[in-house]
Design a binder for this molecule. Structure first.
Ligand code: CMP
Length: 137
């Protein structure tokens, strides 16, 4: 059993895609183990994307993630990390297969609708950052 982090970015929230994305996750028999709508602190987002600190898009992705409310979701299930990454599709929506969230609803890398943890170690780190209070039992 694994737990992974999914963020629905401000574009996904403002386009009313919370339900559609959550529906797909639940339809896959993955369990929503935590979920909240928040306006993220800049410090949280900078910590979240710390591995990208030197990349040219670091500032703009942090601006974007703090530009409006986001959904932070903890998703649990067998091989949840890999299953969720596959469901979201390639980071660049132009390369995302139809049938994936990005392949169906996104067009640009700057607004690729969701973030999901890349591996179990990243998931543990990101879940602690976005759910410092822990998950409800
Ligand atoms: P995400 O999975 O949240 O991880 C980093 C984010 O930075 C990525 O999705 C994109 O939304 C954004 N980004 C913008 N430009 C790039 C790029 N050239 N390569 C990777 N990510 C990028």
């Amino acid at each position: 059993m694994e737990t992974t982090l999914v963020l629905i970015k401000p574009g996904g929230v403002s386009r009313n895609l919370i339900g559609e994305i959550t529906r797909r996750i639940e339809a896959r028999s993955l369990r929503v183990a935590g979920m909240k709508l928040i306006r993220a602190e800049r410090a949280t987002v900078e910590e979240h994307y710390s591995e990208h600190r030197e990349r040219p898009f670091f500032g703009s992705v942090c601006d974007y993630l703090t530009s409006g409310p986001v959904i932070a979701m903890a998703v649990e299930g067998e091989n949840a990390v890999k299953a969720i990454r596959a469901m979201m599709g390639a980071t660049n929506p132009l390369e995302a297969t139809p049938g994936t969230v990005r392949g169906d609803f996104a067009l640009t890398i700057d607004d690729n609708l969701t973030h999901s943890s890349s591996d179990p170690e990243a998931a543990a780190r990101e879940l602690k950052l976005w759910f410092p209070e822990g998950l409800p039992h």
